[in-house]
Design a protein around this ligand. Structure first.
Ligand code: PSU
Ligand code: MN
Length: 309
């Protein structure tokens, strides 16, 4: 495939390439969640465990990052360990950063946006993560809107997540997604999950009750050549959910502290995640790990159903 865009920069792991070639189920995974989303060494343990969950479910995992300037689809275990140990020293890489991280032969941890771009280049259509970026609270002052939303508008990958974290302005994030034509789908729920909590109270656009329904919608969107992705939101399992009111108080406090410290731009999400983990004595980290595993299980089922279509 030498003339496909990106191919000169792309390295696809052998098992991932074989699965893509055979039309088998593959699930993409991001790497900012490893470098910036969780502390070492839990980040590495989680990244490896998520891959195992996908393999046990019958699909091939492909953790995506930039490694020494190459777009890697399917990091090795050793690369995952190094990325996790380097943590926030690795460049957080979104759409705008890609050309420079490659040109400077750096290591880059890909956000949801950059992971979607690279997954689509490789021909992977299903991607599991924790939560997507969105419209930040206080957007009228800061204009802070994650590039993940515009990526969902233009790149055809289904993103399985636990909804939108209430560090964000959930209502405005949903309005944005509506404007740019991204379906927000609830898996066995009528309301959008709120990451640590099972519901945000905001209704989803469509409810589905099986992985096959998600796969069918993805297939049709591709067939119609409607650019852009889908958000498939699945609530955190009950036994791991945090109390919505408690966590929202902690989030509000963390945002106040962030503003006092003058933290902006790409630093905001990592700052808030770390603060919330500190304030909940690690409970939010446990919840985060469990919801990522759960999302990976559903993404595996969707990828398997999609491979049949
Ligand atoms: N949400 C999480 N954990 C994360 C992120 C989001 O619960 O680690 C990361 C994802 O990689 C997402 C990015 O794409 O943060 C969004 O950052 P920003 O708001 O700067 O676009
Ligand atoms: Mn931002």
């Amino acid at each position: 495939m030498p003339d496909k865009p990106g191919n000169d920069y792309l390295d696809i792991a052998a098992d991932v390439a074989a699965a893509i070639g055979a039309g088998d189920a593959v699930v993409a995974l991001e790497s900012t969640i490893i470098s910036h989303g969780m502390p070492y060494p839990r980040n590495v343990e989680t990244a490896l465990a998520v891959q195992n969950v996908i393999r046990e479910g019958g699909a091939v995992p492909a953790t995506i990052a930039i490694w020494q300037g190459r777009l890697k689809v399917g990091l090795s275990d050793s690369e995952i360990r190094q990325l996790g140990a380097q943590g926030p020293k690795v460049l957080k890489t979104s759409r705008r950063d890609l050309p420079f991280v490659i040109a400077n032969r750096k290591n880059g941890a890909t956000t949801v946006a950059a992971t979607m771009i690279i997954a689509a280049m490789a021909g992977i259509r299903v991607f599991a993560t924790g939560g997507i970026g969105g419209v930040h609270r206080g957007v009228a002052e800061t204009m802070d809107i994650s590039a993940d939303l515009e990526e969902l508008a233009q790149t055809s990958v289904a993103v399985v997540c636990a909804g939108v974290k209430s560090v964000l302005d959930i209502g405005r994030t949903l309005e944005y997604l509506e404007t740019v034509g991204v379906p927000v789908v609830g898996y066995r729920t009528d309301t959008l999950p709120a990451f640590y909590a099972r519901s945000s109270g905001f209704p989803v656009d469509y409810r589905i009750d099986s992985a096959a329904e998600a796969a069918a919608a993805l297939r049709i969107k591709l067939d119609l050549q409607l650019p852009g992705g889908l958000v498939i939101a699945v609530p955190i399992p009950k036994q791991h959910a945090l109390n919505g009111d408690d966590i929202n108080d902690i989030i509000a406090e963390a945002i106040g502290e962030m503003n006092r410290q003058g933290i902006t731009g790409k630093e905001t999400t990592p700052f808030l995640l770390a603060k919330i983990a500190e304030r909940t004595d690690g409970e939010s980290l446990e919840a985060n790990i469990q919801l990522v595993m759960n999302n990976a299980r559903l993404a595996t089922d969707i990828a398997i159903q999609f491979a049949k279509l």
